[in-house]
Every structure is written in C-alpha cells, then in structure tokens.
Write a protein of this length. Structure first.
Length: 131
C-alpha cells in the first residue's frame, strides 16, 4: 500500500525526542507509537495526517545528543498524543517547526486506518487494535 502522504507548504510543529545516543532510535520510537497511532486513527476516521521523522544533532536537552524530531502534518491533538505517549519513555519537548520535506515518513493516517513505513519505504497497515 502506498498512501497519499500529506506534505504541507509550510513548516509544521514537532515533538523532539532525546534518543539517548542510540544508533538507530526510530524502530524503538515507532514501536512505542504503533498502538496509540492506530487507536487515534480508528477513533478519528476523518483525520488525514502524516508523521515524519528527522534525526539531527541537538543540545536542546542540556547536553549534546541526537534528537528525533517527529513532525506532524495533521491536527494538533495527534501531536499532543505523540508527546504524551513518548514522555513516558523518553525525554521529550515540543520542538521547532520543520518542513516535512526534511523528514522521512514514519506513519500515515487516513480513513480510520494507520500505516507505518519501514526504513526501506515499504508501507504496512497497522493491525486491528482492541478497544
């Protein structure tokens, strides 16, 4: 499945995640978000949104690290849900606004369905999530 990704013509808000120096942090971040993203998508079937990831060096957490910026091309409640979920596992903050074209697509939500991109660009629909 190849979704129609959302690429706004303007910068979008982000959640910045301190990766703790992990070499490849996106699989761990994605694993934390799969279920909440699927639940959000199913509960709001009219939402069309894409979540992008952008890794870059940062000192925003008081020391040099690599941060993952999760840019949300979609409604603010999705951004807030991502922040809330990740705050339980990582050091997070609301970050700068970024162009989605700088990031790599990670999740897409549309018509009550959520899908995830692996690092090779293949998309997989997230399975059924019990209520």
């Amino acid at each position: 499945m190849q979704p129609s990704l959302v690429y706004p013509d303007f910068p979008v808000p982000t959640v910045e995640v301190d990766t703790g120096g992990r070499i490849d942090p996106l699989p761990l971040i994605a694993a934390s978000l799969r279920r909440p993203i699927a639940i959000f998508s199913r509960s709001k079937p009219k939402v069309v949104a894409t979540v992008f990831a952008y890794l870059t060096p940062s000192i925003n957490f008081g020391q040099p690290t690599v941060s993952a910026f999760l840019a949300v091309a979609g409604p603010l409640p999705l951004l807030h849900r991502i922040h809330l979920v990740l705050a339980g596992e990582f050091q997070v903050r609301y970050g700068d606004y970024l162009s989605c074209r700088e990031g790599t697509p990670l999740f897409h939500l549309e018509a009550g369905t959520a899908c995830e991109s692996d690092q090779s660009g293949q998309w997989t629909t997230l399975g059924e999530v019990p209520q």
